[in-house]
Every structure is written in structure tokens, then in C-alpha cells.
Design a protein around this ligand. Sequence first.
Ligand code: ATP
Ligand code: MG
Length: 654
Amino acid sequence: MTDQSALKSVYPASAEFVAKAHVDAAGYEARYAASVKDPVAFWGEEAQRIDWIKPFTRVKDTSFAPGNISIKWFEDGLLNVSANCIDRHMLTRANQTAIIWEPDDPKEPAQHITYAQLLENTCRVANVLKAHGVTKGDRVVLYMPMIPEAAYAMLACTRIGAIHSVVFGGFSPDALANRVNDCEAKLVITADWAPRGGKKTGLKDNTDKAMLHCSDKVKVLVTKRTGDQTSWVEGRDFDLNAEMAAARPYCPYVEVGAEDPMFILYTSGSTGKPKGVVHTTGGYLVFASLTHQVTFDYHDGDVFWCTADVGWVTGHSYIVYGPLANGATTVMFEGVPTWPDAGRFWEVCAKHKVNQFYTAPTAIRSLMGLGAEWVEKHDLSSLKLLGSVGEPINPEAWSWYNTHVGKGKCPIVDTFWQTETGGHIITPIPGAIPQKPGSATKPFFGIRPEVLDAATGQVQTGTEAEGVLCLSDSWPGQMRTLWGDHQRFEEAYFSQYKGYYFTGDGCRRDADGYYWITGRVDDVINVSGHRMGTAEVESALVAHDAVAEAAVVGYPHDIKGQGIYAYVTLMKGVEPSDDLRKKLEAWVRHEIGPIAKPDLIQWAPGLPKTRSGKIMRRILRKIAENDFGSLGDTSTLADPAVVDDLIANRMNRG
Ligand code: ATP
Ligand code: MG
């Protein structure tokens, strides 16, 4: 068993790391204090990190007042995102690699795309879009593999002021059609096929199916990825590669207002129908750029790798916009962590000498389950920093990541944020804030978190506090509205606790002022009057050597009000048994206390996850409640078969 006491401690960055870091402890304290005391001065200054075509005169005009939720930053400024991400680097970095593209199949060569090449390709796509009548404010949906063309297309939209909405390539035709219709897109950019993990998905086929449910005015641009055959609808489908080759290699960028929409991105849907989150141009770019530099302590010349897909906000902010605005070298990876083998991530780190590596706890846990020998095979000496995003990282996974990947010398930044926040809002700043495994630590500059009592909405004024996480003031990266539905925006985020942005997440603040995200508020369980975050029980289970992954939900219990139902995935090679079940119950009892002992444990070969790897607890809740007639929106589920197995083997049949 792992020594849990070792995990309770605090991990400062090494003196060597701190000496080189952009921000040290004193710097963090001073800048954070300034950012909340005078946000206008702070952000007015920070916004100078990007180029403005016309400088803004007003920094902040925001209101969280009920009935008048309005968020504007740098409102009268004009800028262009692609000019900031590409053109302005041309004098100093034209021949520097902007994007390292690593294909799905390691036998295929990687590509190194320089800033000069990025400019030309982006311009060519922009000219193609213009030729198809796309203009400022039009919506363009991208449904693409993780290939450089996806970045060109995103940047090309921003170059001409079109609004992109990237739909993850793993989504179904229905999910694609819903999004195309919701944002009334004029055009869809896709690819013939998307290779992933040695298999390929027919993106063009899926697009054809989706188009049956969309306006016949929508055009489709198709890029070749594999070159395998696809069907073709004359007059609707166009060959992107051929048109790029024929297009002019330069396209002037347009002036875009700071508050003009830049992109729409639908949330992952782990709690219900996806929401069309709208981000605007100026504030988003400032925030993505600043958080990328500070949280990852990115320095010129570093190779930065975020393993997300551009279909998620993480891919927007930390593969494309943040890194490129900073003139970075960013890795774009088409594949999966476990193909051709479980060492792929580490092989890519070694091959491209990655300095900062940013991934999700779900990936770490699944690799942990396959054994550390896959890590040890590769030379990871280039790594300086590790990051985590998407879910609370349980201390066990944190420790594995720290020991085997970081070799104990890389700070781990556990970044808490959302599609809605545009960038990190609670996160360790690596040279400044000592880490505690499992805690996202402290607020980023300009972020004003408050812990509110979930029931009364009272602000918890003591340092130590527990409740729901809200933010009392705006920051530049904040979403502005939900596409076409400002009322749902108010209802979803500002109606529960008046005057605050409500994250939907529970949290605890400890005596050192560190924040611990305890999971979504919907996921809190109440056992005999004791409120408990499901994350805590899951962490305890995962800390057991036999357990690879666990998901915990509540279900109605005659005596306790709610009982604890745990779905447990065992480590490879471990056999389920009643004896093991008893051991796990005793283990949780010992780790947290008798109150947290699971009432029912179901062995789960797999857990229902969204395409971004998040556990869909609302489905698990339904199964635990023995009520699985209507599971709600499951269109973003990665593998629907998992659900059938869980239903068949459910433990509560009462
Ligand atoms: P939907 O809103 O449609 O249900 P979603 O919330 O899963 O989908 P995202 O915006 O991708 O969509 O995820 C944000 C959520 O992920 C946060 O609200 C939080 O619950 C969780 N999260 C992200 N990072 C962390 C982290 N470092 N620690 C704990 N939780 C995290
Ligand atoms: Mg959410």
C-alpha cells in the first residue's frame, strides 16, 4: 500500500526551478493583491502583452447584477487574433517551429511547421473561406482530426473575423448536426478520415449523415488526411487542399472588436445538454496568453505539449491560442496514450524533447493501471513541469505522475478551470505556490473566489471553509453569453447565488487558503446527515493498490437517506472477489472513516465517460438508483456499450 501520510505534505518547487521562474512567491502575492485591488490598472497593463490595432480606452465594464449580466473588457479596442498569433512573430521567429505535429502512427514522420509556414497556410485557408462567401461574424464549424489543418482553419477564421465552433471529431453525426444548427453555421470544414489509435473514423461519412439534418445551404470543405475514398456531393463539397493550393498565399487580416465573438464551444455535456459557450476576442486572448506563460512557466524556446484535442477548450487555449500568442513551440498530437503501446506519451516527450507536459487525470490513471515500466523505457529528462486538468487529480495519481514521470523534480500544476472561464482560474503558479497533491491551490491573478454555503448562500468568511465555489468579479477570459440564449446564461450561472458567477463545483478552503475542488455540487452525497464530496471517496478507493479507477454516487437508502454506491475498475490482472470487496470497504473506512464506507461496490470493467474522458456520474446515479429508463442526453458518451454492461450487473435491484 502507498504511504498516505507522504501524500499529505506540501511540495515546494526546487530552488533551481524558483530561480528561473517568471513568478516567485513574493511576486505572486504582490501581483495578485494588485489584480484584485485595482483590476482596471492591472488588466490595462497586462493587455499590452498583445498587439492592438486600435488601443482600447476602457478596460472593464462588467456587471453580475441580477437581470443585468453584462461582461465587456477592452471594449473599444480593435485587434486581430491571427495577427497576434502569427504575423507579429514574423520578424523574430519566422523560421522557428510553431507547431510540431505528431501523427497517430509513429511510423509516419512528424511535421515541424514554422511560423512562416503557419502564416502562409492560414492565409490560404482564409482566402478559401472568403471565396466561399464567409465574412465577419459568420459561423464555421470544424469537425476535424488533430492535424495542422485544424489549427490553420481556426486561425483563418479569426483572421477574417468569422466565428469558429470546433466539434470534437469523436462526436456522432447527430451531435454534429445539433451544433451546426444551433449556431447556424454557413460552412463545415472536415477531413476524409480521422486516424486515431490505429483505427480510423469516417469524418466525411459522419458529416454526410449530419448534413441530412441541416440546411442545404451549408457548404462542406474537405481536407485529405488518409486519402481513402469518400462520397462526394457536387456543389456542396469542396476540396480544401486543392483550393488552398490555388489560393493566394497572403490574406490581409481584418480589424476585429475586442468584444466581437471569437468562437463558440459546446461544453462536454457531463451534466446535461451541452451549452454553446461564447468567448470574445480581446479578453480571451489576453487571458489565454497570460495563463499559458505564468501557469506553465513557459520560457522562449521551450517545447510545450498539451495532449487535449482542439475540440475542447483546453485545446483552444493551450494548444493553439495561448502558446502561439506567446511565440511558443506547441505540440499537436493526433493519437492516443495507449497505442501502439502504453508508452506512447513518453515516447513523444522523448522524441520532441518536451519541456512542459499537460494532460488529464483520466489519462494518468489509465496509464498508472498499466504499470510504470512503460514510462521507465523513455528518456524524460527534458521535462521541467507537468500539468493536469479536467477533474480533481486524486493524490494517488498525483504521486504516480510525480514519481514516475516527473522523477520528483517537476512541479505539477493542477489547473482548475472550465470551458466557461477561458483559462485557468485556480492553479498553482509553479515557482510561487508550493503544491499539495489534490489541491488546485490558489486563485490566478484577477480571480476572486468565494466559498458560499450551498444552502444559505452565505459567504464563508473564515480562511477554512467548505461549500460551493463562486467568483465575485469578472476576469477577461470569462464567457460572455450562451449562443442565442442570454437568458439561459443568466439562469445557468448567475441565478443560484445572486451577484456571483457560480461554477457548479463544490470546494473546501484549508487553513493555508488552498482550494480543494470536491467535485460538482450535484455529486455531493449526504449520508446520515454528513455531506461528502464523491471525489474524496473515489480518491480513497484509487489509493488502494488493486484499484485503477473508481466512481462514486449516492442512491436512496432507507436508513441513511443516501447510501454510497461505488463503481470500481480493478488494476490489470487483479481478479474481483468478495474478499476484495470486504478489503476495499475496510480500506475506505480506515482512510476516511466509517461514514464513508461504500454500501455497494460494483465491479466495472469500464466507466461511462464523455469524449473528453470525464465520468458521466448522472448516468451512474441513474443505474445506482435502479432507474435507467431514461438516461438523458448520452450523445457525448465515448462508448455506449459500457452502460449496458453496468446496467446488466447493477447491485441495487430494489
Ligand atoms: P458540462 O458543463 O456540459 O456538464 P463539463 O463541465 O464537464 O461539461 P468542461 O467545461 O470541460 O465541461 O469542464 C469543467 C469542469 O471540469 C469543472 O467545472 C470541474 O468540475 C472539472 N474540472 C476541471 N479541472 C479541474 C481540476 N483541476 N480539478 C477539479 N475539477 C476540475
Ligand atoms: Mg460544466
